[in-house]
Design a protein around this ligand. Structure first.
Ligand SMILES: Nc1ncnc2c1ncn2[C@@H]1O[C@H](COP(=O)(O)OP(=O)(O)OP(=O)(O)O)[C@@H](O)[C@H]1O
Length: 267
């Protein structure tokens, strides 16, 4: 495990959110949220509907600008409201509804995920070599390997739009991994999956963690969160009400109240 040494208690967390706040038309979607994500863990972000989970993801990945606060990633403050620069810093995300290019093949979708790396360093150098399509060939090889990795090896040439739901979610993960992220942020990856697909997803995410990528997960499937996550943070109405191991959070009366409480928690 490459990150084992970084998981000692005094190691600097990979991600540190501090004082993150965001309102929409007077509604406090996030209220002074602080959380730490450590290298090499699967971190769950959970909470009732409307708790602010996606808003946090959007701020983290630059799709939304916070009113206050900020996020330090890999010891450097993340740019605010700039998705491309955040991606270049090593954060890749998936969306609640898979955003794939349906008219392109699975392989082409993964190649698009690799474009960040094409713009940089070695890839750019290789791409300039006259008469050689080295970069392109390597990218294709890696994209095929990534499809294998997520269990879609037989579907390289299948149009993304024709893939079943579970395969689409895994294709989105392959595309995100093509950017070689330090942090993979997944917004409800198990939504709409059947039990077998969810089991496959859990296996895949464990493998991703074992291979050294830190995972941040928004998820409503509590069984999955409990079995998979190393730690979880619970948001409720924009505030963080707990951050601990799944077992500790599960028994926390404040968390239980948030999930079972009054009408604003319905849904
Ligand atoms: N662009 C927006 N404009 C106005 N209100 C918004 C916007 N985005 C989110 N909100 C509101 O902010 C609150 C938090 O929403 P958010 O989507 O972050 O919650 P969530 O925890 O991801 O919910 P869910 O589990 O239902 O996806 C909600 O009340 C939502 O209606």
């Amino acid at each position: 495990m490459p990150f084992e040494s970084a998981r000692t208690p005094d190691a600097v967390p990979l991600l540190q959110a501090r004082g993150v706040s965001k309102s929409f038309d007077g509604l406090r979607a996030l209220d002074d949220v602080e959380l730490d994500i450590h290298h090499g863990e699967i971190f769950g972000l959970i909470g009732p509907n409307g708790a602010g989970k996606t808003t946090f993801f959007d701020i983290l990945t630059g799709f939304c600008t916070p009113d206050a606060g900020g996020i330090v990633f890999d010891r450097v403050v993340l740019p605010r409201g700039e998705p491309r620069r955040v991606a270049e810093r090593g954060i890749a995300r998936s969306f609640q509804n898979a955003r794939l290019f349906d008219d392109l093949s699975a392989l082409e979708n993964v190649l698009i995920g690799a474009h960040r790396r094409f713009r940089n360093g070695l890839w750019r150098t290789l791409a300039r070599l006259p008469g050689l399509r080295v970069a392109e060939r390597l990218a294709h090889e890696e994209a095929r390997a990534l499809l294998d990795y997520v269990g879609l090896g037989g579907h390289a040439d299948t149009l993304a739009g024709t893939l079943p739901h579970g395969d689409r979610r895994r294709l989105e993960i392959a595309r995100a991994l093509a950017a070689h992220p330090t942090l993979l942020a997944l917004d409800e990856p198990a939504a709409g999956m059947n039990a077998t697909e969810t089991d496959d997803l859990a296996r895949l995410l464990r493998r991703i963690r074992a291979d050294g990528t830190t995972v941040l997960l928004i998820e409503h499937d509590m069984a999955l969160v409990m079995e998979l996550c190393d730690r979880v943070a619970v948001l409720d109405a924009g505030r963080k009400i707990a951050e601990d191991t799944p077992a500790a959070v599960q028994g926390d009366p404040t968390v239980i109240e948030a999930y079972l409480g009054g009408p604003r928690h319905a849904g």
